[in-house]
Design a protein around this ligand. Structure first.
Ligand code: CU
Length: 344
């Protein structure tokens, strides 16, 4: 966490203490609250209707604070299609996603629960925002997402022509990069290694032959687009796309299944696997434990990154067992989940 975050945190703590003194110092409380929101890059609305514009691959404004019962409408003014996919921080596995919004389309949702929501575009998961409804306890978590950074700039990508097979290392030179900066090739993220604020080392994804935009994004959503700057070439050339982003790419990262499944009753097992519809990143993990939360085994990424696995499960006695996982997706969103199975 950097200095800006700590400053935000201090302002937040001051706000909490100011709240407790309530009524008497009403004016002071308001000023402090605005300062806090400003430090967090969050805009507060008192109206019961709020509009967010989608343009140039960003939500504007990305981070808002609204009252309970407010209806938020997202309007797509961009040239490309987007979705709005959100979940609240209390139930991160329940994702609500709009239909694909073409240019001019709108999507509305009324927020009644006092909680913090994260949201992304399901087509461009590096686009993200957040909504604070009321004054929920989870407010502090919001700050991590709303932290303001200086927009990144990119001067060069070397080399800028690589094989469709992926796995090549390219060097991105620019400025204002941070540890969580992402690099997005048409519709796939590269595997970024942060070297310094001016240098990123990126391992390219596997991608069919195409000349494309590359988009470099900081965690607060500030991004830089290098139009038509990068090319994947090679044998597996496919038909040229007629639309910029294919519908199939509209995916909110989520759990798609596991072996064993939740509630399964089995006699023995040697591996446990969990699958997702979207690649997970390092830092994700999976733990097998008994009902007393005693850890029995753990594991991490499957080789195709589309899941997590425990490859050596110890011999299990009869009983019920719990599998807990923490999945972090390439867009930076993370979900925790668990399920149980029985050994009979
Ligand atoms: Cu989008």
């Amino acid at each position: 966490m950097n200095k800006a975050f700590l400053v935000s945190l201090l302002i937040f703590l001051f706000f909490i203490s100011a709240c407790q003194k309530a009524e008497v110092k009403e004016e002071i409380k308001e000023v402090t609250k605005q300062e806090k929101m400003a430090a967090m890059n969050v805009i507060t609305y008192d109206s019961d209707k709020v509009e967010i514009v989608l343009d140039e691959l960003a939500f504007l404004p990305p981070f808002i604070h609204i009252q309970q019962g407010t209806t938020v409408t997202w309007l797509n003014r961009d040239k490309v299609e987007h979705t709005v996919a959100f979940h609240n921080k209390k139930t991160p596995t329940q994702v609500t996603e709009s239909e694909v919004l073409k240019t001019g389309d709108k999507y509305s949702y009324t927020f009644n629960e006092e909680v913090v929501y994260d949201y992304i575009c399901g087509i461009h998961p590096f686009m993200h925002g957040g909504i604070i409804v009321g004054n929920p306890q989870e407010l502090a978590q919001m700050m991590e997402f709303a932290e303001d950074t200086t927009p990144p700039k990119v001067f060069s990508i070397t080399p800028n022509k690589i094989s469709v097979n992926g796995g090549d290392k390219v060097i991105v030179k620019g400025e204002n990069f941070v540890k969580e900066t992402t690099v997005f090739f048409h519709h796939l993220f590269g595997d970024v290694k942060f070297i310094d604020s001016r240098t990123l080392e990126v391992i390219t994804p596997k991608h069919y032959a195409l000349r494309m935009d590359v988009i470099v994004t900081n965690p607060d959503g500030d991004h830089f687009t290098l139009p038509n700057s990068f090319e994947f070439f090679g044998q597996e050339e496919q038909q040229i796309e007629t639309i910029e982003f294919e519908y199939e790419e509209k995916r909110t990262p989520h759990f798609t299944g596991s072996a064993p499944k939740h509630g399964d009753s089995i006699s023995a097992l040697s591996t446990i696997s969990i699958s997702f519809n979207f690649p997970v990143v390092k830092g994700s993990n999976v733990i097998l434990s008994d009902l007393n939360d005693k850890k029995l085994a753990d594991g991490d990424l499957a080789s195709d990154r589309l899941g997590l696995e425990i490859t050596s499960v110890p011999k299990l006695n009869k009983g019920t067992y719990k599998v807990t996982y923490h999945a972090i997706w390439l867009g930076g969103s993370a979900h925790d989940g668990e399920f149980y199975f029985v050994v009979r």
